[in-house]
Design a protein around this ligand. Structure first.
Ligand SMILES: Nc1ncnc2c1ncn2[C@@H]1O[C@H](COP(=O)(O)OP(=O)(O)OP(=O)(O)O)[C@@H](O)[C@H]1O
Ligand SMILES: [Mg+2]
Length: 235
């Protein structure tokens, strides 16, 4: 198993945000995390990338991640594209992308990965020397995903990649995420757009109040009455 989480809990001060979450991801698998605002989706991703301390088992390829700090897990192949993108708006697109590769010394492979990012999002090649602040929200999301890819992930954590993005670009971004997965990268994607997520992922977990309320293959979840009523808006 690529990622194994068992009985993971995490809190902010005294407030418990995740409780007894168990989840796994196989190599190359595409897993979605659904759930309403405040359910704990971002918290889960932050625990995996060690930005937030958690209890319980958290292992990548059988190795516990608890001994690793946030800046070290990138080197293990976990790259996090965070909520709100967290880019450097006054730096160029290229500089932002290259920040994702700052730990790498394999210059040839880095150059190839940059080409891959440009192939995935051609607009970023055209805008490479432009400041990120001049891009649209959707284009900035492409930079954020591209930067995470520049870390050469085995596991890509995507936090709401489609939020606040115009319909056409959203389609383009989900399409690119599908291509990333086809390239063999496992993906854990938090997403509020349940319909889109259930369309492109292999399996999904539904978080509610910090607990896993449902999980299973997307075909199964799409037929689940609770999911259909609450998340897909159909009776
Ligand atoms: N830095 C923080 N300090 C205190 N509480 C926090 C912090 N970040 C999140 N929380 C709380 O933890 C819970 C889970 O938040 P989290 O951000 O993981 O939810 P989410 O599912 O990602 O929601 P959204 O869809 O709005 O992004 C919420 O009750 C939230 O208010
Ligand atoms: Mg969130």
């Amino acid at each position: 198993m690529l990622l194994e989480i068992e009985n993971m809990s995490a809190s902010y001060g005294k407030a418990l945000a995740l409780e007894d979450v168990s989840l796994h991801i196989a190599p190359g698998e595409f897993v979605a995390v659904l759930g309403p605002n405040g359910a704990g989706k971002s918290t889960l991703l932050k625990c995996i990338s060690r930005m937030l301390a958690a209890t319980g088992r958290l292992a990548l390829n059988g190795t516990s991640l608890h001994a690793y700090a946030a800046h070290q897990v990138v080197g293990l192949g976990i790259c996090h594209c965070p909520e709100g993108r967290r880019l450097f708006p006054e730096l160029t697109v290229l500089k932002n992308l290259m920040l994702g590769a700052y730990l790498r010394s394999d210059a040839d492979a880095v150059a190839k990965d940059l080409e891959r990012v440009y192939a995935l999002f051609p607009i970023l090649r055209d805008r490479a020397s432009q400041m990120v602040s001049t891009l649209s929200g959707g284009q900035q999301q492409m930079v954020a995903i591209g930067r995470a890819l520049m870390g050469a992930p085995k596991l890509l954590l995507l936090d709401e990649p489609s939020v606040g993005i115009a319909h056409r670009l959203k389609h383009e971004i989900f399409d690119a995420i599908g291509q990333i997965r086809d390239g063999g990268v496992a993906i854990l994607m938090a997403e509020q757009d349940a319909l889109s997520a259930l369309r492109i992922a292999d399996r999904a977990y539904v978080l509610e109040h910090g607990h896993v309320a449902r999980h299973g293959p997307v075909a199964e979840l799409s037929q689940d009455d609770h999911i259909r009523q609450i998340y897909l808006g159909v009776a």
